[in-house]
Design a protein around this ligand. Structure first.
Ligand SMILES: Cc1ncc(COP(=O)(O)O)c(C=O)c1O
Length: 393
């Protein structure tokens, strides 16, 4: 990225600002699946759109620039990006993975990769000692989500990178919750950054997309081969939608982060809310590590009510947010991890990780924070007061 511009300006003022052939101020959508070869012996830059397409390339170059990488790759979904990156592994390799990882990633590892002889261990990545203890001679990847989904646990990225490098492993990091506007893991030594671009990067709940970025040419070549071989590439209309969403990334995240902090403080003081998980709260266990490695706490928080009944009542009476799977959009989204993002996880595994039946996740959108707070205050007034049963003496 050219250093003379701030990230905010760079989102708009970049190589794709104006189409060189026509002057168009929006990247042209190139629908062609195949490209005429003008010379029998020397093929042009593009031959077939699975292997390369100018519109997808504009997005791939843009995300590479924003993350500070050498090359980006666009996929049909976040899971396609994550799964393709996992194809860097071979039979007999071992992955160390963060405990409260996104449910789809959990499913990919435990139900799919395991069938191909890839071993895995889930660890609490807030504890570097725990991570170090579980590294094996065949560990090839340490897989991080920070903040994690849905408990917003913070992993010390620099600490993990140090361990990974000392043990000859790659570090993969899912940067979906932060985006490069708030956290640039490649600059901290991470090898592969992954995104569900379905979320903040596109920002409008109207596209499913995934991205991967690397900063090493050799790794880029290996990942390109896998992208082309596996073939789960992003369509051109969707690539264009992500490019358009990116233009407003900074302003959307800035506004939503401000509101999230206000809402987290409101919820934390409410007697019917048992716990609030948000890295912007000074008493969040990962607050200081997060501040050291990221530029803001982001727009996602989780909170715990007493039980499923309390959640049902709250969701029924909250009028502003949509109740839906997903996050990172202009509208606020309330999700129920137990039945949504983490439904793929067995109940006992889920609860052991703190994803209980009383947990709700909120992705704060662009509505006025005070309107959201009034809405939640009203919804909470319908939630029954729980009398805690006295402990036996
Ligand atoms: C943190 C995180 N990573 C990856 C994914 C998967 O992305 P997609 O739904 O675009 O496949 C999600 C989806 O919710 C997610 O929240």
């Amino acid at each position: 990225m050219e250093k003379k511009f701030s990230f905010q300006t760079h989102l708009l003022h970049n190589k794709w600002k104006v189409d060189e052939q026509t002057g168009a101020v929006s990247v042209p959508i190139q629908h062609a699946s195949t490209f005429h070869q003008f010379d029998f012996d020397t093929f042009g830059k593009y031959d077939y759109s699975r292997s390369g397409n100018p519109t997808r390339e504009a997005l791939e170059d843009t995300i590479a620039e924003l993350e500070g990488g050498v090359r980006g790759f666009a996929f049909a979904s976040g899971m396609a990006a994550i799964s393709t990156a996992f194809l860097l592994l071979s039979k007999g390799d071992h992955v160390l993975i963060t405990e409260d990882v996104y449910g789809g990633t959990y499913r990919m590892i435990t139900e799919v990769l395991s069938r191909f002889g890839i071993e895995y261990t889930f660890v609490d990545m807030t504890d570097l000692h725990e991570v170090a203890c579980h590294i094996r001679p065949n560990t090839k990847v340490i897989y991080v989500e920070t903040p994690s989904n849905p408990l917003l646990k913070i992993t010390d990225i620099r600490g993990i990178v140090k361990l990974a490098k000392a043990n000859g492993c790659l570090t993969f990091l899912d940067n979906t919750f932060m985006t490069p506007a708030l956290q640039r893991p490649l600059e901290l030594g991470v090898d592969v950054v992954l995104h569900s671009a379905t979320k903040f990067l596109s920002g409008h709940s109207d596209v499913v997309a995934g991205l991967a970025v690397v900063k090493d040419e050799e790794l880029a070549n290996r990942l390109y081969k896998l992208q082309n071989a596996f073939g789960a590439v992003l369509g051109v209309q969707d690539a264009w939608l992500v490019l358009r969403g990116l233009k407003t990334l900074h302003v959307r995240l800035q506004q939503s982060t401000q509101s999230a902090l206000k809402i987290a403080n409101f919820l934390a003081k409410h007697p019917k809310v048992e716990e609030v998980y948000y890295p912007g709260l000074s008493y969040h266990p990962g607050h200081s590590v997060h501040r050291y490695q990221a530029e803001g706490p982001g727009a996602v928080l989780s909170f715990r009510l007493a039980d499923e009944e309390a959640v049902r009542t709250f969701v029924k009476h909250a009028k502003i947010p949509v109740f839906a799977v997903s996050l990172g959009a202009v509208e606020s989204i309330l999700s129920y991890p137990a039945k949504m993002s983490h439904a793929a996880m067995p109940k006992e595994e889920r609860e052991r990780r703190g994803i209980t039946d009383g947990l709700l996740r909120l992705s704060v959108g662009l509505e006025a924070a005070d309107d959201l707070i009034s809405d939640f205050e009203r919804a909470l007034s319908y939630v029954k007061e729980k009398r805690r049963s006295k402990l036996p003496s």
